[in-house]
Structure formats: structure tokens, C-alpha cells
Design a protein around this ligand. Structure first.
Ligand SMILES: *Cc1c(COP(=O)(O)O)cnc(C)c1O
Length: 428
């Protein structure tokens, strides 16, 4: 089966797993264990030296998590992955693997609110500086790059601005500067877009969202393409003996999966954001149906977008699937199967109308999550992005009258009915 290139639906069900050799279990077992018995003292030593691959302790690796990691790597058309405890941890691990005090990130300014805070405040305290640029013009990345810049960062589809980044153009800039382009592919998932096929080097995900698909677990994953030339002179941290891990040289020793090995053995091991194998099991359940769910999320979101575009109480609708949307051409290029399930819209009457709307929905849920099978609504200005001042909110694509909706899998007529009745109340 080695030479067959399987379709993504098949990979979603099978990649990284064979029926359990001990029990025959068809489903991936939950290996709920902290540690693993060594065969001998020599075996233990060789595992610790990374000479033999095997399990030591579940903070670093776990067989259930390993299936999830291999499946995500296969879905992204990448080389290897590391599962971690949240999407926030995935970004942190992805960046701390290659950046240290004095280094810089150039990032799109349209980011998940928590990511903006992590980069702007928490990384700054570690001596890592983030520059935020308007990604609509990819040249803005080039203009912000300095000799200290060690990576570029953007979301495939910005949360919640719904802007689409020209991945190929930004990848070209990253390549010209010998630095990797890290893409947060949470909104698109590898079913709708594979950033590596467009030149990106590393992807990160909040698995909490569409990967899980049912709003049951927090988790994250980072994936490497295996193609970045870490020996280009810019990344001594990948080349020199690791002070944090027995003097190992990660790129020389592990080659095209050296980056994820360093992420696992240095950052995950010492900072500790390990994923629970139970959550991995639930993510694997979610991934099995990712293609059918994403197709329906996309078609339901398109129907909602069209309904809202024609609605009297709605001032604007932002969904890249709409032909009127400024990112429609980029959506057709990077998201040919659909523009995902999240859209935003502005209610006539501003902040006050938004609050009435949020308080009047019947079965749509007012929560900050997204990518659930259930339809979710939120008012970002007062929740996810409230840490930012108004100027930073606008720069991040958050207007005061904006509602974000993560369109779920309910009967589409029911979703439209609930939106319509809550919009009517918003105007009273
Ligand atoms: C939710 C989200 C995150 C953070 O993920 P958690 O799993 O909540 O830690 C990061 N990026 C994007 C785009 C998100 O939507």
C-alpha cells in the first residue's frame, strides 16, 4: 500500500493506525498510562539517548497521541507532528522550538485574540518581539523583516476577520529570507486547505475546533513539512549540540523530522503542555468524519451568508464564500471545497442590538468556541477580543456591531429561523 496516494477521506479514517496487534481492537485504544516498562537497563538508556524510538513517559509521547499525530501529519501532507494540550500551546511550542530572547516574529495582525495577547505581551516578556502587519499586502511582511526575524506567522483564515492570506506569496517571502512560515490552519483544517502544498513550512492547530468537531476537548497539534533547510545558517539552535538534551544535534540526527523532535524533546518535555490520551481519542473520533462535516459546515455557512446578505437588519456580511467578498478570489484559490463554517455580520443598531440578538437566540448557543457540530454565536468585541483596545480591535477586524457565527450541522431552515427571530428582537 506504500506507493498508493490515498484520498483525504481514507487518511482521515486510517492514517497512523492499524488494528491493535495485542487485542485486535479496531478503534484506537486509549492508552491511559503515565509510563512504560523498560525491557532492560540498556533499553532504558538507549531510549533516553534517542537511539531507540519508544515510549518512556506520557508527557513526551503516548501511543494514542502518536496515532493522532501521525494522522494529522498525513492529512497535512507533512512529515511529522506533535500533539499538545491546546491550540495556544501548539503555537507556543512551535515558536519556542526555534526562537529565543532577541528574536522576532512577523505576524499578520488578524489573529485569534489569545494569539495576539500571547505574541504581544507574553512573548515580549521572554524577550521575543512580534511585529504585526496587514496581511492583505504580503509585501508588508517583507518590510517588517529584520536580521532578528526568525519566522513569519499567519492564520489561513483570520479569526474573526475572515481574511484569507495569500499563502504562496508569504511563503515566497519567507523562503527569500531563509525563515519558516508558520500557518495556523485551525479554521480551514487540512480538508479545505493544505498550507504545505502552497509553500508553508509548519502548521499549528487548535484541535479543539473542527478537528474535534463536537466541542468536547481542548487540544492542539503542530506539524512540520519536513522540507525546511534548517542548515541555512540562520538556525544554530537546530544545528548546535542541545544544552537541554544531552548535546544532541536535532537537524543532523533526525533530518526532516528534526524540528518536531526538538519541539518534543526540548519544549514539550520541559514546559510540559502534554495532551491527555483521552482527548486524543476524541480528536481521532472527530477526524474520522471531518470531510463530511466540513462539507456541511461550508454549505450551511453559505446558506446563512446568503440569507443574512438579504436581511434588512444586517448591515454587512463577511464570508469569503460570497462572490461579493473581497477575499473571494483568494478563497477560490486556497479553499476550493468551501470557505469553512465561520462568518461574521454586523447588526443594524450597534452594540445594543448585538446584545439583544445574543440574548434572544433560542437554540444557537452563546459560547466562545467554534467548529462545534452545534451552531455557536458570539459578540467578539465584548468577549474574545475585549483585551484589545478599540484601535487594536479594528486592526484585528473586530467592529463593535459584529457577531461571529460558527455555523453547525442543524437543519438549515431551523438555523435561519432562529437567526431571523433573534434579529427581529434586536431591533425592538
Ligand atoms: C481557538 C483558537 C486558538 C487557540 O486554541 P485553544 O485550543 O483554545 O488553545 C488558536 N488559534 C485559532 C485560530 C483559534 O481559533
Amino acid at each position: 500500500m506504500q506507493d498508493r496516494e490515498f484520498g483525504i477521506e481514507t487518511l482521515c479514517l486510517h492514517a497512523g493506525q492499524l488494528p491493535d496487534p495485542t487485542t485486535g481492537s479496531r478503534a484506537t485504544p486509549i492508552y491511559q498510562t503515565a509510563a512504560y516498562v523498560f525491557d532492560s537497563a540498556d533499553h532504558a538508556a538507549s531510549l533516553f539517548n534517542l537511539q531507540t524510538f519508544g515510549n518512556v513517559y506520557s508527557r513526551l509521547m503516548n501511543p494514542t497521541n502518536a496515532v493522532f499525530e501521525q494522522r494529522m501529519a498525513a492529512l497535512e501532507n507533512g512529515r511529522a507532528a506533535v500533539a499538545v494540550s491546546s491550540g495556544m500551546a501548539a503555537q507556543m511550542v512551535a515558536i519556542l522550538t526555534i526562537l529565543e530572547a532577541g528574536d522576532e516574529i512577523v505576524s499578520s495582525n488578524t489573529l485569534y485574540g489569545g494569539t495576539h495577547t500571547q505574541f504581544a505581551f507574553n512573548f515580549r516578556k521572554l524577550g521575543i518581539k512580534a511585529q504585526f502587519v496587514d496581511a492583505d499586502d504580503p509585501d508588508n511582511f517583507q518590510k517588517a523583516i529584520t536580521p532578528q526575524t526568525k519566522c513569519l506567522f499567519a492564520e489561513t483564515i483570520g479569526n474573526p476577520a475572515n481574511n484569507i492570506v495569500d499563502i504562496e506569496a508569504v511563503s515566497d517571502i519567507a523562503k527569500a529570507n531563509d525563515i519558516p512560515f508558520i500557518v495556523d490552519n485551525t479554521f480551514a483544517t487540512p480538508y479545505l486547505c493544505r498550507p504545505f502544498d502552497h509553500g508553508a513550512d509548519i502548521t499549528v492547530h487548535s484541535a479543539t475546533k473542527f478537528i474535534c468537531g463536537h466541542g468536547t476537548s481542548i487540544g492542539g497539534v503542530l506539524v512540520e513539512s519536513g522540507k525546511f533547510p534548517w542548515d541555512n545558517g540562520k538556525f544554530p539552535t537546530m544545528m548546535d549540540p542541545s544544552e537541554g538534551y544531552h548535546g544532541i544535534r536535532f537537524y543532523e540526527t533526525f533530518g526532516d523530522f528534526g524540528y518536531t523532535m526538538k519541539a518534543r524533546c526540548e519544549i514539550l518535555r520541559t514546559f510540559g503542555p502534554a495532551l491527555s490520551p483521552f482527548n486524543s481519542f476524541l480528536f481521532l473520533q472527530g477526524v474520522e468524519t471531518l470531510p463530511v462535516r466540513m462539507d456541511r459546515h461550508c454549505s450551511n455557512a453559505m446558506a446563512v451568508a446568503q440569507f443574512l446578505e438579504d436581511h434588512n437588519y444586517v448591515e454587512w456580511v463577511n464570508y469569503p464564500g460570497l462572490e461579493s467578498n473581497r477575499y473571494h478570489a483568494l478563497a477560490k484559490r486556497y479553499l476550493p471545497k468551501g470557505a469553512s463554517g465561520i462568518l461574521s455580520f454586523g447588526i443594524r443598531g450597534g452594540n445594543e442590538a448585538c446584545v439583544k440578538f445574543i440574548e434572544s437566540v433560542k437554540f444557537l448557543s452563546h459560547v466562545v468556541n467554534l467548529g462545534d457540530a452545534k451552531t455557536l454565536v458570539v459578540h467578539p468585541a465584548s468577549t474574545t477580543h475585549r483585551q484589545l483596545d478599540e484601535e487594536a480591535q479594528i486592526a484585528a477586524g473586530v467592529q463593535p456591531n459584529m457577531i461571529r457565527i460558527s455555523v453547525g450541522l442543524e437543519t438549515i431552515e431551523d438555523i435561519l429561523w432562529d437567526l431571523d427571530q433573534a434579529l427581529a428582537i434586536s431591533q425592538k
